[in-house]
Design a protein around this ligand. Structure first.
Ligand SMILES: [Zn+2]
Length: 459
């Protein structure tokens, strides 16, 4: 598996081997560069724009930038000679032989949790990402999720002091002792303080009390500061704060699948739930969140809801981040438990945290019966058709994996998310370029020309 991926991920190659206990090539340091000049020779290039792969070509890199890409065919070589005027060029600081390999833009995962603890080092998580070609993440927590600590980690990574994907930090908006979190004026102050600290955006796990005034204050202030607002609409906040309202009010991304079906309701205002439903029981909660799709008004979902979300995209830069892969265990838990890479790559402490246990978040597979899986499979079909239709009408859909829960581990989850993005297409429509799936989207809109392959960026 890793070998197959590694062929596509030339730049992550040496890291991947190191991460998984393989012997690095001789004289191959785990961390090196950036080089004054680096050349990757004879490689096949996927440029991430949706254009077909081409090559072999030489990629010339100066410092942190691709300076030039030249085909290595005979004509180009002749042109090179003429250009060089027969004079000798200085030898590059490093040459990588890319023959038989591909190079592509690093993958951006917009939904990351760095859930390290005393048993699971952050390095394990980072290297799983890098080994799969994920070079940028938008992190909603690093350990406990203290904003200051998250910014420190981000800066260390940016300064090349550790081997990890480039990180944008979106700490959770938490209540707690500070009353400013729950009033509009106080919220603006906190957003400004976070901005001054170096935070890139805010992650909101919504509750109805935050809406509409506090949410609006957060979104407006974030926009002023060029920060993003990622919203996970919790099921207890979904009425009246459905996805269309949240996107219209200024969310830059909506995580997961909550609030879309509710936005389509015509004959009801809230989801029909069983009489004995208890939101605090996660087994109940994660079953019924899927079943809400079975209550959607499909005409309205594919009409008004998509149109309103597209409007929010044009006015606020809204991006959909479905995280298809994280719920997959719900439609087939046996598959999720027995994924072939668990034995080699899933840390035992991480695997243990996935097993049914009422004291762990998202470890709710007690009596998870086939009729529940069948409902989730139906839900997936409705959800994926909706996302695909949105994408085909011009909506931007990102890649976010939410790995670290529900038998999905870092890196593997991102690749699975890409696969499921492909899977969601319907009516025989061709899958569009990687950018539509979020590959290469710059998640924080920061300057520097990183990422975006289609001129659009998600915040
Ligand atoms: Zn998450």
């Amino acid at each position: 598996m890793l070998k197959k991926l590694g062929v596509q991920l030339l730049l992550a190659w040496s890291l991947a081997w190191t991460a998984f206990g393989q012997t690095p090539q001789k004289n191959e340091p785990e961390q090196a560069g950036p080089y004054g000049s680096l050349v990757i020779r004879g490689v096949t290039i996927i440029d991430g724009s949706g254009a077909p792969a081409f090559g072999p070509a030489d990629v010339f890199v100066r410092g942190n930038r691709i300076a030039r890409v030249a085909l290595t065919d005979a004509i180009t070589r002749e042109e090179e000679k003429v250009e060089a005027g027969g004079g000798k060029r200085a030898a590059p600081d490093r040459v990588i032989d890319g023959k038989g390999m591909y190079v592509m833009p690093g993958i951006v995962d917009l939904h990351a949790h760095i859930n390290f603890n005393k048993d699971v080092p952050a390095e394990y998580i980072y290297k799983l990402y890098l080994g799969h070609g994920v070079t940028t993440i938008r992190a909603f927590n690093y350990g406990e999720g203290d904003p200051k600590r998250m910014v420190e980690e981000k800066k260390k990574i940016a300064a090349n002091q550790m081997i990890a994907p480039r990180m944008y930090v979106y700490p959770f908006w938490r209540g707690g002792a500070d009353p400013r979190y729950s009033n509009a004026e106080g919220a603006k102050q906190i957003v400004d303080e976070w901005h001054a600290l170096g935070v890139d955006g805010i992650k909101i796990l919504s509750k109805p009390g935050l809406w509409p005034d506090v949410f609006k204050a957060i979104a407006d202030e974030a926009r002023k500061n060029n920060m993003g607002v990622a919203v996970h609409i919790a099921q207890d906040g979904v009425y009246p704060m459905n996805a269309v309202r949240v996107a219209t009010d200024g969310a830059t991304t909506i995580e997961h699948h909550y609030g879309y079906s509710e936005s389509s309701f015509t004959n009801q205002t809230i989801q029909d739930l069983p009489a004995d439903y208890n939101y605090s029981n996660e087994a109940d909660r994660f079953l019924e969140t899927g079943r809400v799709w079975l209550q959607a008004d499909l005409g309205r979902l594919h009409g008004d809801v998509i149109n309103s979300l597209l409007d929010a995209m044009h006015s606020n830069g809204f991006v959909m981040d479905p995280t298809f892969s994280i719920y997959e265990a719900n439609r087939d838990v046996t598959r999720a438990v027995n994924l072939p890479w668990h034995s080699e790559y899933t840390h035992p402490a991480v695997m243990n945290s996935f097993l049914p246990n009422p004291s762990h978040h998202a470890s709710y597979f007690f009596e998870w019966t086939s009729n529940k899986e069948a409902d989730w499979a139906r839900a997936y079909r409705i959800w994926m058709d909706f996302v695909n239709d949105y994408k085909n009408q011009g909506g931007i859909v990102a890649v976010g994996s939410d790995s670290g829960f529900l038998f999905s581990i870092w890196g593997f989850g991102t690749i699975r998310e890409l696969e499921l993005g492909d899977d969601s297409r319907s009516n025989g429509k061709r899958r569009e370029g990687a950018a539509e799936s979020g590959v290469g989207i710059d998640p924080a809109g920061l300057p520097g020309g990183y990422g975006s392959t289609n001129g659009k960026s998600a915040r």
